[in-house]
Design a protein. Structure first.
Length: 380
């Protein structure tokens, strides 16, 4: 049986450091807002190249806190619009809705599955305040295009980097020549998730915000702590969202191997790219556009087929597990249907109908990848 993702195997590969680190925290008597969290925040900020990193309870909170902080600072008001790709995990949209803002759904490019900047421009109104690119499947969005648009219309750029820890933008970004150009450092603020299955995953929930904006960072940190910077003094109607000491220490251990793990994901992607009989099977992959390089950390290896469900069953019959990201697009979900259900989003809908994710976690062996390739190539 080839698992889609083997978290037990992944986390075992960090032993004995992982258990040592956990034991140290459990014996320390200090579990929240402590040294391990401060240390991880500093390490992750340095890794991304931003001066600020604030740990949060999860990725949804990280996104939500960014918008709450813009609301509190008066830079965004109720009903203001945020342009966001229609093909994303629902969390991206919920963070906007939860903060009284309005998601405006944008079709992606069918080649990259990331936001189509030309289409985004057609959605701009006097109420547009921000654009929220999602680096879907681990591939960076067209950030130069996003920046040009944001500069022209005075928009904030917020990255949903929940699937792209460590991805590096290849081209220079105008106005940011002296910056390290990793995900998390490509906009005004970025949100990460450390959900166990992400490229950098905790042993439970976790998230973070990275930013260059010191004012935003301070407001976010306060709102995440009940709106308080000084004990029992509350400036905002905050929430409680913290990265705890146990998760932070796990993340420090795992961050040290992130680049290596991402490189291994790219090796597996290359095996798939070079050995799957794409044309014979009329399979498509976003990977075949733009090549395999550091701007893609392959959180997911997507293939697209009009016979997706059959292909998934064929692989399952040969003991190979796959997943679909995602079976139902957000605008067709019960939770959002009333407001968004009537929108025509054919590219988004096609992606959800045709996408299949192949196993690509760093500890997948070449032999297993070979079996997966053979099995796909025998699909008639
Ligand atoms: C995982 C994910 C989130 C949410 O992260 P949680 O930690 O589960 O709250 C948000 N956006 C995208 C694109 C994700 O993949």
């Amino acid at each position: 049986m080839i698992k889609y993702l083997d978290l037990q195997k992944i986390n075992a590969s960090f032993e004995p450091e992982l258990s040592d680190a956990l034991l140290r925290i459990s014996r320390s008597g200090w579990y929240l807002h402590g040294e391990a969290t401060a240390r991880f925040e500093q390490e992750f900020a340095d890794y991304c190249g931003t001066p600020h990193c604030i740990g949060t309870g999860n990725g949804l909170d990280a996104l939500t806190l960014i918008f709450l902080a813009y609301r509190e600072s008066g830079m965004m008001n109720a009903g203001d619009e945020v342009i966001v790709p229609a093909n994303t995990y629902i969390a991206t949209l919920l963070s906007i809705l939860r903060t009284g803002l309005k998601p405006v759904l944008c079709e992606p490019s069918s080649e990259t599955c990331n936001i189509d900047v030309a289409h985004a421009e057609t959605l701009i109104t006097p109420r547009t305040r921000a654009i929220l690119p999602v680096h879907l499947y681990g591939r960076l969005a067209d950030m130069q295009g996003v920046h040009d648009l944001a500069t022209r219309y005075g928009l904030k750029v917020i990255e949903d980097a929940a699937q792209a820890h460590g991805a590096i933008y290849n081209d220079s970004l105008q106005g940011r020549e002296n910056r390290s150009l990793r995900a998390g450092n490509l906009g005004d603020a970025a949100a990460f998730s450390f959900y166990p299955a992400k490229n950098l995953g905790a042993l439970g929930d976790g998230g973070a915000i990275t930013t260059h904006d010191a004012t935003l960072a301070a407001i976010v940190r306060s709102i995440a702590n009940y709106g308080s910077t000084e004990k029992y003094i509350h400036q905002y109607q905050g929430i409680n969202s913290r990265l705890d000491e146990l998760q932070a220490t796990v993340l420090s251990v795992k961050l040290s191997r992130l680049d290596k793990d991402n490189a291994r994901r790219r090796e597996i992607a290359r095996l798939y790219q070079e050995n799957i009989h794409w044309s014979r099977l009329e399979l498509r992959s976003t990977v075949n556009i733009g090549g395999i390089n550091e701007s893609n950390v392959f959180h997911i290896f997507p293939v697209f087929s009009s016979r997706r469900n059959e292909l998934q069953r064929h692989l399952a019959a040969h003991n190979i597990n796959t997943q679909i990201h995602y079976p139902i697009p957000p605008h067709h979900q019960e939770a959002l249907k009333q407001e968004y259900g009537m929108q025509q989003l054919p590219i988004t809908e096609r992606i959800h109908n045709e996408e299949l994710s192949l196993p690509i976690y760093p500890l997948l062996t070449n032999e297993e990848a070979g079996q997966i390739i053979d099995c796909i190539n025998t699909f008639a």
